[in-house]
Design a protein. Structure first.
Length: 83
């Protein structure tokens, strides 16, 4: 992880963004952080690959990020600051 990574948004904004995620989107984020592929996430959550893609697109939009790495860094950074 890049220490202090917050992208272009501050930590409070990112924390609010994480707070807007649905429970299922949180599940997807945690599996992304664990390094799972979309197909592995789909199998783990017993949903379709396309549904995983839709969840990830919603997460990108809510967090204002553009990659799975940014999702993971955002989650880990905010989690570390809040704990």
């Amino acid at each position: 992880m890049l220490p202090g990574y917050c992208g272009r948004m501050g930590t409070a904004t990112l924390a609010r963004g994480l707070g807007t995620l649905t429970p299922r989107e949180h599940d997807v984020v945690q599996l992304i952080v664990a390094g799972k592929t979309n197909r592995e996430i789909a199998a783990h959550l017993t949903i379709s690959h396309r549904t995983v893609e839709n969840h990830i697109a919603a997460i990108f939009n809510k967090l204002g990020v553009h990659s799975r790495l940014q999702i993971a860094l955002t989650y880990m950074n905010v989690r570390d600051i809040l704990n």
